[in-house]
Design a protein around this ligand. Sequence first.
Ligand code: AQP
Length: 332
Amino acid sequence: MTRILSGMQPTNQLHLGNYLGALKNWVALQDRGENLFCVVDLHAITVPQDPETLIRSTREIAAAYIAAGIDTAQSIIFAQSHVSAHAELGWILGCFTPLGWLNRMTQFKEKAGKDRENALLGLYGYPVLMAADILTYHATHVPVGEDQKQHLELTRDIAGAFNRRYEVDFFPLPEPQILGEATRVMSLRDGTKKMSKSDPSDMSRINMTDSPDLIAQKIRKAKTDPDALPFSPDELETRPEADNLLTLYAALSDVSKRAAIARFAGAQFSLLKAELTEVAIEKLGPIAARMTALMEDTAAIDAILRDGAEKANAIAQPILAETKRLVGFLPG
Ligand code: AQP
């Protein structure tokens, strides 16, 4: 059986990277089996959050899932903090995770920066909680962007360590699904940096709720290089901004990157930017409108999240109970 699980952090509004790297693929995959899509608020507090903003962002992310095409009749949408099994299993799995494994995680190194001494335990343990998110449902597939590949490998290692310790085949080793042309969308201001919610410059990203004018302005101002657009994929290796804009065009237009390169070969960036603007507005505009409409009824979003948590709990609790039994906890 295929059981998909994935999530997004309510750390800010979702951007084009979150959409093309993950959410668009979730929508495409959702009729393949059982799906759980969570808003990972426990992960969000690994960096400081204002409580009111966190509540609003949690609802906004849920609204974005639905607006992008996640169907609540087919998929479970819920908030991570509503299912206590995530945190409980996170603790247990932390007892199967050597520090050496966590020390290799590049996301922690990037987020902690130079001030490691003041980085929080929660940020360091983030990948263990992510492993718990996945394993507490025995999820088989995890559609994510390229940046999460290392965390998925760690999840498989932790599951393997648990299974070996108790000589069981209890946790399945989940498969990452890194799909589509835009698996790593880069900043519009610097083609070597990932597009990110936490980038201080709003001009670095296209948010899913940006107005058409703002989308046009951000693409117009996106960094380029002085040359005409290339004729072959090899030439993109040293041209990160051209690579990124062509990738975005391909992913939004549902064509291959090769086809996008052929379409703009030898052209100026202005032509690519004009067509990219058009397709970005065409694809994101209806999603933004649906999100705005959904956010007008926050009680309805809360009800969807409550219902989702109930269904998620029903799957997670027996798996958590069996985990505890294997570990040797006295039944409560
Ligand atoms: N730039 C990206 N390109 C492709 N996929 C991306 N994802 C994130 N950024 C890109 C994918 O989106 C999903 C949700 O990500 P997340 O909310 O867990 O946080 P993140 O990966 O840390 O993304 P951000 O935007 O950089 O958030 P902040 O700044 O809060 O850390 C994941 O599947 C991720 O791969």
